[in-house]
Design a protein around this ligand. Structure first.
Ligand code: AMP
Length: 114
């Protein structure tokens, strides 16, 4: 999608600290990290948010979760633990309108889910 910042990051038009990339998924470090490790995992195809994904996108959803698991292990977060979050819509705190998983770790996490 033309005006989407995460589409531009996934296609390399905007630079990022890339952590992982394959044909379907792109992962990069958050520019304003909320934890020592804060990685965003996105599909290359544009979906504005989780609501915009439907039954046909089930496999993609599973792939994103699987990649979060693999990246968490690569970042050595699996031993102490970590959090995966998806913000959806204004009340969910979503700012960038391209579906993304936050992978947070490297410290003990508190907050509303803690
Ligand atoms: P959300 O509030 O769930 O939409 O999260 C959007 C996230 O994208 C925030 O944590 C931002 O810090 C992050 N972000 C925005 N622009 C960039 C960028 N150019 N590179 C890396 N992370 C970004």
């Amino acid at each position: 999608m033309e005006d989407c910042i995460f589409c531009k990051i996934a296609s390399g038009l905007i630079p990022s600290q890339k952590v992982f990339e394959d044909e379907n998924v792109f992962a990069f470090r958050d520019i304003q990290p909320m934890a020592p490790t804060h990685i965003l995992i996105i599909p290359k195809v544009h979906h504005a948010n989780l609501t915009a994904m439907d039954k046909a996108d089930q496999t993609l959803g599973g792939t994103l979760l699987h990649m979060a698991n693999i990246i968490a292990q690569q970042e050595n977060l699996d031993n102490d633990g970590y959090r995966i979050a998806i913000n959806c819509g204004p009340w969910g705190g979503q700012v960038v309108q391209h579906v993304h998983l936050h992978l947070l770790g490297g410290r003990e996490l508190a907050g509303e889910l803690g």
